[in-house]
Design a protein around this ligand. Structure first.
Ligand SMILES: [Zn+2]
Length: 691
């Protein structure tokens, strides 16, 4: 517990007077968080107790809208806390995080186990058709009711107790699963002791392998099972014997007999998930998970995967042909095994696509690409981004922008934190310090984008790779989803949409990053200011389809295995998961040489948490939407067609979760999405079926 004076004299709990209501970052100390979080949770509990104890009969406003307004202080403090622990953490802040994880998790389950509040929500839900509610209010009532139901609120006493037990056991099993994978990854290493072992490795792989060796106290070079090392090794190493060793270790994670064996852990997780689904009245875990998605059923998911699978198989057969031609050219007579594919594919890439990061980077200076993203938002949605160096930020790297619309009115604040540094986690993500809402007084959004770009050397510019530029636009797309949110209720705001819809605004925005009109204007050589040459742009576009059969087959196979294992209705999981997986893949016709590196025994998306269980398909689902959605601009003849952009703003970037995602998409596009544009984009149609 914090000292009493920290509960009173605590900047987290006082009103924030900086411009736009930004937090007083400079005044915040790690010791402020625990007392503030505890007081904010208490306040939330008090609000809910008052709500549950109301003498008045439940109405939408005194119950559902009030539930949406409750917990505002907790949201405000927790948002600052989570953002700092991700982007600018410290040992002291990490200690607070460890000590607050359990009480905060307990708080959120207590909120949804509150029987008095749920009784009021449930009574309204039963009469929802007769309440005469506006569409967004009805959507909130359904959303809040579903949040309660999916947390177990409707279960009878003993079932609720058992449910809590199941969830607790799942939490510890998924943690164990992840730690077992981590163990196998950190135990294994391949020491490259001499120059012959390094054959074929380019400088950047040698440098990374040298760094890994230093970190492990080994002389020379080491390959570990970290993706960023093992994938380049499999791509470039000329030593087939070593590639095979690395592949076998990578594909065998989680399958080593002994205390870190995941085979039984995964079975226990599957058994408990099946019980979780049954407690909810569903026959399989996939049924339970998919009721709260845009896809809705596993039949719909299977439909998409079934459309893609045979075409991906055909594409991978064409790619195998190209690999064999290169092998013949070099006089190599071998079968193509799982540890060979990337190696020969890289030779095909160099021969046929000839695109090097070093060719494009001089045209992708960070500041110019940020300006390009802002310019696209301006041409599409009329937004203006004005740098404000007078507002508080949590680190000198962070740039704060006031965002205004075409009338000059403020619509929110955008914070961009672009560089990798110690104390910041890896990856790229969007988050919010405040979500847009009107319920309980208008609130404008404060949205963050974090990237992890390597800063240019002193005096040199920061130059991005094409992948980096896509990431910048991707996260900015999520950012616009937060900034353009135009809804009444906080629970429905911004990116708080269904998990197979949330990547649409981000993946869609990536299309503008490689739009020739955008590149000609913004991708200029940092020294000469010359625009990017047309032939380089064309090579970039062509290279996009390289090896897509291989990638799509591997991804789709993993998604099919995920669905198959979670759609089973038997209470008891297959006795031998590895055999189940092998039989399924062989019945699907997975070609030899295309190995999977997401096998069930180490498939963290599925078993390190429940976030993507029966949900690995979501990336492809969103890609169907973004490929089809961008077609609306192509058909209109301009990437900035005003009427298309207006519909995109209203129905996709602005509507949050205020309407069903399928309806939002149809309102934007005029029809449901089709899978053809995705197949075309990935080069999975030999002949274009749509122009
Ligand atoms: Zn994303």
């Amino acid at each position: 517990m914090g000292a009493p004076d920290l509960a009173v004299n605590n900047p987290l709990l006082q009103s924030w007077t900086a411009p736009f209501g930004l937090p007083p970052f400079a005044a915040l100390q790690p010791e402020h968080f625990e007392p503030a979080l505890r007081q904010a949770m208490q306040q939330h509990r008090d609000e809910l107790q008052a709500l549950g104890g109301l003498a008045d009969a439940p109405t939408f406003d005194n119950t559902v809208a009030a539930f949406d307004r409750a917990g505002a202080l907790l949201q405000r403090v927790a948002a600052v806390f989570y953002n700092l622990t991700s982007s600018a953490t410290s040992p002291a802040l990490q200690a607070v995080q460890r000590c607050m994880a359990a009480p905060m998790a307990a708080h959120s389950s207590a909120v949804y186990m509150d029987a008095a509040v749920f009784a009021r929500v449930d009574a309204l839900h039963a009469r929802r058709a007769d309440l005469g509610l506006p569409a967004e209010a009805l959507r909130l009532l359904e959303r809040v009711h579903l949040d309660f139901v999916r947390a177990g609120a409707r279960m009878a006493g003993p079932a609720q107790l058992r449910y809590a037990q199941v969830m607790e056991e799942l939490a510890s099993l998924t943690t164990r699963f992840a730690q077992n994978v981590l163990h196998d990854e950190s135990q294994w290493q391949l020491v490259l002791g001499n120059e012959a072992d390094l054959a074929g490795l380019p400088d950047f792989v040698r440098a990374a392998a040298g760094q890994a060796a230093r970190e492990r106290g080994v002389a020379g070079h080491v390959i570990t099972l970290s993706r960023s090392l093992v994938v380049p090794f499999l791509t470039f190493s000329q030593r087939r014997d070593l590639r095979e060793q690395a592949w076998r270790a990578w594909a065998g994670r989680g399958e080593q007999p002994g205390e870190h064996d995941n085979r039984e852990v995964a079975r226990q997780i599957l058994r408990l998930r099946n019980e979780q689904a049954r407690l909810h009245g569903h026959a399989s875990y996939a049924d339970y998970a998919l009721t709260d998605t845009m896809a809705g059923t596993h039949t719909a998911v299977q439909g998409l995967l079934g459309d893609v699978w045979p075409r991906a198989l055909a594409a991978v057969a064409r790619e195998r042909q190209a690999l064999q031609e290169v092998m013949q050219g070099e006089g190599v007579q071998q079968s193509i095994e799982s540890w060979d594919w990337r190696f020969w594919a890289e030779k095909v890439r160099r021969e046929r696509f000839a695109l090097d990061d070093a060719d494009v980077k001089p045209y992708f200076q960070l500041e110019r690409m940020v300006a390009a993203a802002f310019d696209c938002a301006s041409r599409l949605f009329g937004l203006r981004f004005t740098l404000r160096s007078d507002v508080p930020v949590y680190h000198p790297d962070v740039k704060a922008y006031e965002v205004s619309d075409e009338s000059g009115a403020n619509v929110g604040v955008f914070l961009q934190d672009n560089f990798a540094r110690a104390g910041k986690r890896s990856g790229a993500w969007m988050s919010a310090l405040r979500w847009q809402r009107r319920n309980g007084g208008p609130e404008l959004p404060i949205i963050l984008n974090n990237n992890n770009f390597a800063r240019g050397a002193a005096g040199a510019p920061t130059l991005l790779s094409l992948d980096d530029v896509r990431t910048l636009f991707h996260e900015f797309g999520h950012g616009l989803h937060g900034l353009l949110s135009n809804v009444q209720f906080g629970r429905l705001s911004g990116t708080q949409v269904l998990r197979d819809f949330v990547e649409l605004p981000s993946q869609l925005f990536e299309h503008w990053a490689t739009e020739p009109e955008v590149l000609r204007r913004h991708a200029r050589h940092w020294q000469t200011d010359a625009p990017i040459p047309d032939d380089l742009m064309q090579r970039m576009q062509r290279a996009r389809q390289f090896n897509q059969g291989y990638e799509t087959v591997r991804y789709t196979a993993s998604a099919l295995v995920d669905m198959a294992v979670h759609a089973r209705t038997d209470a008891e999981p297959p006795a031998d998961l590895c055999a189940f997986e092998a039989e399924l893949l062989s019945s699907l016709g997975l070609p030899p040489g295309v190995g999977l590196n997401h096998r069930l025994v180490h498939f963290q998306h599925l078993f390190s948490s429940s976030g993507y269980a029966a949900g690995y398909y979501v990336y492809l689902w969103a890609e169907v939407l973004d490929a089809d959605g961008y077609g609306a601009f192509t058909e209109a003849g301009s990437p900035f067609a005003a009427d298309v952009a207006a519909r995109l703003r209203t129905h996709i970037y602005g509507s949050g979760n205020s309407m069903a995602p399928a309806d939002a998409y149809v309102a934007f596009r005029g029809r449901a999405a089709t899978v053809q544009p995705l197949l075309l984009k990935r080069g999975l149609l030999q002949e274009p079926e749509v122009a």
